[in-house]
Design a protein. Structure first.
Length: 317
């Protein structure tokens, strides 16, 4: 008689694809980064991002003016450690017995795999939007709050702004406990802009998104011959606007509502090759049942903090 593990072995790949989809498309920022080709599958002991710390020598010249062959040491590197996440779906021997038949066992396991995907997704989302003051850098991926910090409080990629002049977050646009306005968002977008580099994503809480919708509603128009009313999506300047329910509205490093103004061209989700939603059999020898471990090695990295910005301390009423 086949064991539970043997029955499920042929279905693992399909279930794992669903788990991966659940995670990568279930977190709005990760889905956006994936659409912009900012999800990278790689290996290695660490994740190394080259960063600009100075400009090369040079300038205007005439004729045969001599040049100075000076190495300005323009580059440095931000080094990020891999972080690991897992979920442990299990099915007891009794549940397997009560649901006799391969199809029934597979059906139960499919539901448990959905729950496993939700577990990894919720853990990752919570880590992305975690309060950087309580962030455990030995356990969780780099939170946006650390990347966006404008007080040089946190070490990101092993560096602080005091180490590298260009390694700094933009000044936070303080809402002074006033209502969210398009001027706040525009100011933050300008802070994170340099030349042709403009923000690509604006993330708000659900309440913040509702307030933004009310501001944009004045521009709402009828579309087409059927006079349908609505928006297909929001674009503010060059940025997609969306919400995530995991954004904190209280915490040690910020106050009230928070908006994240991000440039995806300088952000990257790194996923470890060989640890990309991999399932491992962890069935215990001293218990009646089947247990698996689904693991994911990953990290959020940036190589230009200056192209990211925030607006905070605003209300949504």
């Amino acid at each position: 008689m086949a064991t539970v593990g043997q029955i499920l072995a042929s279905t693992h790949r399909a279930f794992l694809d669903e788990v991966a989809d659940n995670v990568l498309t279930g977190i709005p920022l990760l889905e956006s980064l994936m659409q912009q080709n900012r999800v990278t599958y790689k290996g290695g002991r660490q994740i190394v991002e080259p960063i600009l710390k100075a400009l090369p020598s040079g300038g205007a010249y005439t004729g045969l003016d001599q040049f100075a062959a000076t190495d300005n040491d323009e580059l440095d590197a931000a080094v990020y450690e891999w972080m690991s996440y897992r979920a442990m779906p299990a099915i007891s021997g009794m549940d397997s017995f009560k649901n006799s038949g391969d199809a029934e066992v597979i059906s139960i396991w499919g539901t448990k795999m959905q729950a496993a995907g939700m577990k990894i997704r919720e853990d990752l989302a919570a880590a992305l939007f975690a309060d950087a003051i309580t962030w455990d850098s030995s356990l969780n991926i780099t939170p946006l709050e650390a990347i966006l910090d404008d007080n040089d409080t946190f070490t990101v990629g092993g560096l602080k702004a005091t180490d590298v002049a260009l390694w700094t977050g933009q000044t936070t646009v303080a809402g002074a406990a006033g209502a969210l306005s398009t001027l706040m968002l525009e100011t933050a977008c300008l802070n994170a802009s340099e030349g042709y580099q403009r923000p690509t994503d604006i993330i708000l809480s659900k309440a913040g998104y509702g307030k933004f919708w009310s501001l944009a509603q004045l521009l709402q128009r009828f579309r087409g011959s059927d006079k349908t009313v609505g928006f297909e999506n929001f674009i503010f300047d060059t940025s997609k606007v969306y919400w995530d329910s995991h954004i904190l509205t209280t915490g040690g490093s910020f106050t009230a509502q928070r908006a994240y103004i991000l440039n995806a061209n300088w952000l990257r989700v790194n996923i470890g090759e060989g640890a990309n939603f991999v399932m491992e059999d962890k069935t215990p020898t001293n218990a009646d049942g089947y247990v698996a471990q689904i693991k994911l090695y990953c990290q959020l990295s940036t190589n230009a903090r200056r192209f990211q910005a925030t607006a905070d301390n605003f209300t949504t009423t």
